[in-house]
Design a protein around this ligand. Structure first.
Ligand code: SAM
Ligand code: DTB
Ligand code: SF4
Length: 332
């Protein structure tokens, strides 16, 4: 009886944190300006209403094609246009990818994300990636790829191969974007996201903080994500890794509390999305990561490498999970 009452109370409370697509700038700005305890209370309430906050979704990344990218993303070590270049590799062999996927599964990951340093995939490369997706699914993992811009035919092909998620980030606000990338537009990104949705592939879309952006840019980026016709199922929030040789190597670091606030606002306005604490955890203390979990993070990358940059050691993450009473969420 009591359980039923609690259940309906829980359901009714969701009315206070509805899934909306009509957020105004002022509303989001107001959330950023809330006193920290009030902001965290709201984020926690939204998190507890839609998720079990003790469960963390865990993905593992693999760079299947590194370096030599023709794009000029100012944050990215894989651009061929920056000073210190990562060696341009060929596309990895399918067997090696599948071995890495099996290893990721063995260490607890439920999703395997494959990234390629491309502006957009070429036809024969896309076929190889499709074979990788099919193989990774057979291992029993969810699949995600990030291959750059896509058109309608390419998203349909990926769907046919059984792809679960496509990662394509907005990275920052429309306004700040011009200072970060010149080789493709914000609208190009929104178009790719729309093609992914049309093909019925789940969307993984977020951004990077700490690229000399203002709070106004964080507000705009979160507003754009929240007002997409359907919310991304997964929202990675990256902390810029300031890689030597990239134009942003000396960017002003974001205040940790401002990072946590952005996570909390994302949790409130995207209440049903998985919010991932993505790149940059090597630069965060366990206490900062804990604040992020309290602010609504429920996903991370596990494993010692992101794409080309290091990530915390698996045991460090699992020890923190243990201390906090967190567990790896089962495959969806
Ligand atoms: N080339 C594809 C593209 O850009 O769409 C896929 C790979 S790209 C490396 C995937 C994402 O990694 C970028 O959109 C960006 O958000 C993130 N990223 C790249 N370099 C980063 C860095 N130094 N720090 C934090 N995030 C980074
Ligand atoms: C995302 O938002 N972050 C990941 C994933 N999506 C593909 C990539 C982070 C890359 C960090 C820099 C590197 O390892 O090269
Ligand atoms: Fe290329 Fe992607 Fe890096 Fe941009 S972020 S330079 S598109 S690999």
């Amino acid at each position: 009886m009591l359980a039923n009452k609690n259940d309906s109370l829980h359901e009714n409370m969701k009315d206070f944190f509805p899934v909306r697509h009509d957020w105004s700038r002022e509303e989001i700005e107001k959330l950023f300006k809330l006193p920290f305890p009030k902001l965290i209370y709201q984020a926690q309430t939204a998190h507890h209403l839609y998720f079990d906050p003790t469960l963390i979704q865990v993905s593992t990344l693999l760079s299947i094609k590194s370096g030599g990218c023709p794009e000029d993303c100012a944050y990215c070590p894989q651009s061929a246009r920056h000073n210190e270049k990562i060696k341009a590799d060929k596309l990895m062999a399918i067997e090696e990818v599948l071995q890495r996927a099996q290893a990721a599964k063995d260490q607890g990951a439920t999703r395997f994300c494959m990234g390629a340093a491309w502006r957009s995939p070429k036809k024969h490369d896309l076929e190889t990636v499709c074979a990788m997706i099919e193989g990774v699914k057979k291992i029993g993992l969810e699949t995600c790829v990030t291959l750059g811009m896509l058109d309608k035919n390419q998203t349909e092909r990926l769907k046919q191969a059984g792809l679960d998620y496509y990662n394509h980030n907005l990275d920052t606000s429309k306004k700040h974007y011009e200072k970060i990338i010149s080789t493709r537009t914000y609208q190009d990104r929104l178009d790719t996201l729309a093609f992914i949705r049309e093909a019925n592939i789940k969307v993984c879309c977020g951004g990077i903080l700490g690229m000399n952006e203002q709070e106004a840019d964080r507000i705009d980026m979160i507003m754009t994500l929240a007002n997409l016709p359907k919310h991304p199922e997964s929202v990675p929030i990256n902390l810029l890794i300031r890689v030597k040789g990239t134009p942003l190597e000396n960017a002003e670091p974001i205040e940790p509390i401002d990072f946590v606030k952005t996570v909390a606002v994302a949790r409130i306005v995207l209440p049903k999305s998985y919010v991932r604490l993505a790149a940059g955890r090597n630069e965060m203390t366990p206490e900062m990561q804990t604040l992020c979990y309290l602010a609504g993070v429920n996903s991370i990358f596990l494993g010692e490498r992101l794409l080309t940059c290091p990530n915390p050691d698996k045991n460090t993450d699992l020890n923190l999970f243990k201390k906090l009473g967190l567990q790896i969420a089962p495959k969806l």
